[in-house]
Write a protein that binds this ligand. Structure first.
Ligand code: 5GP
Length: 191
């Protein structure tokens, strides 16, 4: 999506460790007009897929997922990080994610009663890098016996291979800005 690519070139910062900071328009301050355009693009791509639920992960995906869900007129479920108030119990499906930005592993949970085997789930997140977050979300849906209709990432860092891995598993992945390379001096190139 041209608009998103242009915004990344204009306002994103490249941090050490291959992290692209988009906190002036997606991850902290949110440009709702831009995000609404992203959600329209996912709606166009998946409108005939019978989506019944949007699934995302605790944190920066939630706002994007909510605007997307408005188009589909379905609920948003976000996989919660497990902590003192949401511990792994029988009530939950649980899986682990390796955090790209912090490097550690953590558990995410989804309450069983919120995903049924009749659900057709669209997974939405801000970034797709190594694919750990999306694979975790896919596994939560599969644990429930529900169907993943596809995945949408605002930004895919194609060179990290997570998107290719998920496509090879047979899932449709629609990324709106596809970054082919990030040079040492912070230059971003798109596919
Ligand atoms: P993955 O699990 O695909 O390796 O990484 C995806 C997750 O890590 C996303 O949920 C996102 O929050 C975070 N992430 C990965 N790469 C970046 C990045 O370059 N910038 C930001 N802001 N987040 C990233």
């Amino acid at each position: 999506m041209k608009l998103l690519e242009e915004r990344i070139l204009k306002d994103a910062e490249v941090l050490p460790g291959n992290v692209i900071k988009v906190d002036s328009f997606i991850n902290h301050q949110m440009d709702t007009e831009l995000i609404s355009k992203c959600s329209e693009a996912w709606y166009e791509a998946f409108k005939d897929a019978g989506v019944t639920k949007i699934l995302t992960i605790d944190g920066s995906g939630i706002g994007i997922a909510c605007l997307t869900a408005l188009h589909f007129k379905v609920p948003v479920l976000f996989a919660k990080k497990s902590n003192a108030t949401s511990k792994v119990t029988d009530e939950f499906y649980s899986t682990t994610v390796v955090s790209f930005t912090h490097g550690h592993e953590y558990n995410v949970l989804a309450k069983k009663k919120f995903i049924t085997k009749e659900d057709r789930v669209l997974i939405i997140d801000d970034f797709l890098a190594n694919g750990s977050a999306m694979r975790a979300l896919i596994s939560l849906v599969k644990n429930a016996g529900a169907t993943v209709v596809g995945c949408g990432a605002a930004v895919e860092k194609v060179y990290q291979g997570g998107g290719e891995y998920i496509r090879r598993l047979g899932y449709r992945v629609e990324s709106l800005a596809r970054i082919s390379s990030l040079s040492d001096d912070g230059k971003i190139e798109f596919c």
